[in-house]
Design a protein around this ligand. Structure first.
Ligand code: SF4
Length: 223
């Protein structure tokens, strides 16, 4: 996909900035709220330093101390503390303490359904976990930027988030080989581009390396 080559030349090679192990990702995801890379990283560092991130450490922690450790990640730390205890308990009881091994041993549809039973995990989160944990090379799309590919190839985004996500997935499925490294690269570049230039509102088309082949730009900025 030449679009990805152009994005990589512009933004550089991207690496995940979050834990790719499924259980650790679930913990990291609840370390910040509203969840963002920056907020989750702050809460994660604090949690690691004060309590630890392993299931037994989270289950043994006093709820107030757990909430205090999560506070640097943003609001509602008490609720996030409860969620972490729920995640740790389920991983211990339902998945024998090894979520990655359990998910890798069942069909991908079942693995996705199992992930979606964890708090705050919908299709985008489940796809992200499956891809980056090396369980299945699904066409994962960053949850906050399915609009990037849709703008480039179709110009106008569907009103509905679910349709936008499905459109972007379909494009990746058609154009990017179903290999872990290829699909992870696509995910990371689209995420980076959506955060830096192709923002939801006021995209910076004037600075964009793919403006020449973007349908949205041709329609919106032709004057
Ligand atoms: S030209 Fe604008 S809309 Fe198109 S990809 Fe670039 S930033 Fe996004």
């Amino acid at each position: 996909m030449s679009l990805l080559d152009a994005l990589e030349r512009f933004h550089g090679v991207q690496q995940p900035s979050w834990p790719t192990d499924p259980y650790l990702f679930l913990v990291w995801w609840h370390c910040g709220y509203p969840a963002s890379d920056g907020a989750c990283a702050k809460g994660w560092e604090s949690l690691r330093g004060q309590i630890g991130v392993e299931p037994e450490q989270i289950l043994a922690a006093n709820p107030s101390k757990l909430a205090l450790a999560l506070k640097p990640g943003g609001v509602v730390p008490e609720i996030r503390a409860m969620r972490l205890k729920e995640i740790a308990e389920r991983v211990q009881k339902e998945f024998g303490g090894d979520l990655r091994a359990a998910l890798g041993g069942i069909p991908v549809l079942k693995a996705r359904a199992a992930l979606k039973k964890f708090p705050n995990i919908a299709d985008p989160g489940a796809d992200r976990i499956l891809l980056f944990a090396g369980i299945s090379p699904v066409a994962a799309i960053p949850s906050n930027c399915p609009h990037v590919l849709v703008r480039i190839e179709l110009g106008k985004e569907p009103d509905n988030y679910g349709r936008s996500y499905s459109e972007a997935q379909r494009m990746i499925e058609v154009e990017v080989p179903a290999k872990f490294d290829s699909r992870m690269r696509a995910y990371l570049l689209l995420k980076c581009h959506g955060q830096r230039l192709c923002k939801r509102t006021n995209p910076k088309c004037g600075e964009c390396p793919v403006a020449g082949s973007c349908v949205f730009n041709q329609r919106e900025n032709k004057g």
